[in-house]
Design a protein around this ligand. Structure first.
Ligand SMILES: [Zn+2]
Ligand SMILES: [Zn+2]
Ligand SMILES: [Zn+2]
Length: 122
């Protein structure tokens, strides 16, 4: 259970260093490099402990559930602090993940905030 996304249902494996993190923020705190962006994400369900892959380009409603135990892992992230802005809060993977705006200082967090974490380090 990470301190950023309190209700995280899955861990994600970073494509860059191939370690497991509960969220992109955890990677940002422990790694010395920006989180590599990847369309194919490897998840580990915290309920059944099984790993599975998802392609962010083909993410559908049914993909919000663990393929092994049907645990609903795409949730609105519960974070310790209230978020200052709404943009980027959607935990579903969508096109906004790919936008190139540099956002700084905000507290938006979700397990899919890959680009955001990379920006803050880069
Ligand atoms: Zn890494
Ligand atoms: Zn975290
Ligand atoms: Zn599961």
């Amino acid at each position: 259970m990470c301190k950023h996304v309190l209700n995280a249902q899955v861990a994600i494996r970073s494509p860059c260093c191939r370690k497991w993190f509960d969220c992109a923020e955890c990677h940002a705190e422990t790694a010395d490099h920006p989180l590599l962006q990847s369309f194919e994400m490897v998840f580990a369900c915290k309920k059944c402990k099984k790993c599975f892959r998802k392609d962010a380009r083909e993410f559908e409603d049914s993909d919000e559930y663990c393929p092994r135990c049907d645990n609903h892992f795409v949730l609105d992230a519960m974070t310790p602090k209230p978020s200052l802005q709404v943009e980027g809060e959607d935990v579903r993977v969508d096109a906004r993940m790919l936008k190139d705006d540099r956002v700084q200082g905000e507290q938006q967090r979700s397990i899919f905030d890959v680009k955001d974490a990379a920006d803050r380090l880069g």
